[in-house]
Design a protein around this ligand. Structure first.
Ligand code: G3I
Length: 355
């Protein structure tokens, strides 16, 4: 497993190499000099865009399939596996010296219709552990980390443990999370196994409860010897809602580290739909929200990777309700639609450079 010191060495080499060529270092090199991996989510279709490929290779040291590894994409029909999209991204990463992060093996969402019908009665090794094993063995040894279980907490379901009454919990009970991580570890002992969720970042009262339930889940897993090895903090920030409470986030991440877990930011982006229309003001607010969050994350030595949920605004879907606004595109990612660096890019670079 990679650790910060190994990454540091690689980063210094990358930085000096880039300086020698006169190229401005990308986030890939800046993060590596801090001993951290920076990367992003992508779709295989985006690789048809040569300019995007160049930007991606400059900026990212780790890649995660945005959609092509969710179950509805991988197993659209029972027993019919389609790895094509994720394989394209995986081989591109391999050729570009990038690591891969897998997303995601067990989620309440993005499941094929046939599964939702079967999950209530089919035996576990037909719908659950066999799938985890099959997918992870397909990529065994090539993936640095995996979102094994995604978004298992949902306070609105009112359970004392805060867990979502998903089809998995209804079928197997709360132990489905334990089972998933054990199956994942058995399938690929090298990959870092991540529990990923959103809701731990914010500064509202419900975020306090979300953080408490997340810690309760992680402490229980660790106490039972479940091989959960990292927390995936998704990092879907709201650039114009209640700001991140840095003190609460810091204390939470200290507790995560004290459990012996690594920390990854797995899906960083900043919602700017409530932003002023003026682009400079929007971009600055997005950058400020990014800095406020990453400054705390990067202070924690357990942080090993930061991935944004896309590198450029170029491929962002326009929210349907905004279609009427001519020329409006979301500006929630580090590069704009022309692949130019934005204040958010600077905020990420600064967070990696801060000591
Ligand atoms: O590729 C198909 C296309 O062939 C088809 O014509 C079209 C219309 O049905 O659908 C396309 O697939 C869409 C896919 O994104 C690729 O664009 C799916 O319908 C759509 O549901 C899917 O949405 C993804 C969503 O997760 C559900 O998987 C989003 O791109 C992705 O950004 C979003 O990401 C999630 C993380 O996985 C978990 N954390 C929250 C995050 C944001 O919601």
């Amino acid at each position: 497993m990679l650790n910060r010191r190994m990454l540091l060495g690689a980063g210094m080499a990358a930085l000096s190499g880039l300086r020698a060529e006169g190229a401005a270092p990308g986030l890939r090199a800046i993060a590596a000099a801090r001993g951290v991996l920076f990367g992003t989510a992508a779709g295989s279709y985006q690789l048809r865009d040569g300019d995007f490929q160049t930007a991606l290779t400059r900026e990212a040291a780790i890649l995660v399939p945005e959609y092509e590894q969710v179950r509805e994409a991988i197993e659209p029909d029972p027993g019919r596996f389609d790895f094509a999209g994720a394989d394209l991204l995986t081989s591109f990463a391999g050729r570009s010296g990038m690591a891969m992060h897998g997303h995601t093996l067990v989620w309440y969402a993005a499941n094929p219709k046939w599964l939702d019908e079967k999950v209530a009665h089919a035996p576990d090794d037909e719908i659950f552990t066999y799938y985890i094993t099959k997918v992870m063995q397909h990529y065994a040894g090539a993936y640095r980390s995996w979102d094994v279980v995604n978004e298992a907490i949902w306070l609105q379901d009112g359970r004392a443990d805060g867990l979502r009454t998903s089809q998995w919990l209804k079928r197997f009970g709360p132990g489905y999370i334990d089972t998933a991580f054990h199956a994942a570890k058995q399938a690929d002992h090298k990959a870092l196994l991540v529990y990923s969720d959103w809701g731990c970042e914010g500064g509202e009262a419900w975020n306090d409860v979300f953080r408490a339930k997340t810690l309760q889940l992680l402490e229980g897993l660790k106490a039972r010897g479940v091989p959960v090895e990292a927390l995936g903090l998704q990092g879907h920030l709201n650039g114009f809602g209640p700001p991140v409470d840095q003190a609460k986030l810091r204390a939470f991440l200290d507790r995560v580290k004290a459990l012996g877990l690594k920390i990854l930011v797995t899906e960083l982006d900043v919602d700017d739909t409530k932003a002023p229309r003026e682009i400079a003001a929007r971009d600055q607010a997005v950058a400020d929200a990014t800095a406020r969050f990453l400054d705390v994350v990067m202070d924690n030595p357990a942080t090993v990777a930061v991935l944004t949920w896309g590198l450029t605004d170029r491929y962002l879907p326009k929210p349907a309700w905004l279609k009427g606004l001519p020329g409006y595109v979301p500006r929630k990612l580090p590069l704009d639609t022309d692949l130019k660096r934005k204040p958010m890019w600077n905020a990420i670079a600064r967070a990696f450079g801060r000591r």
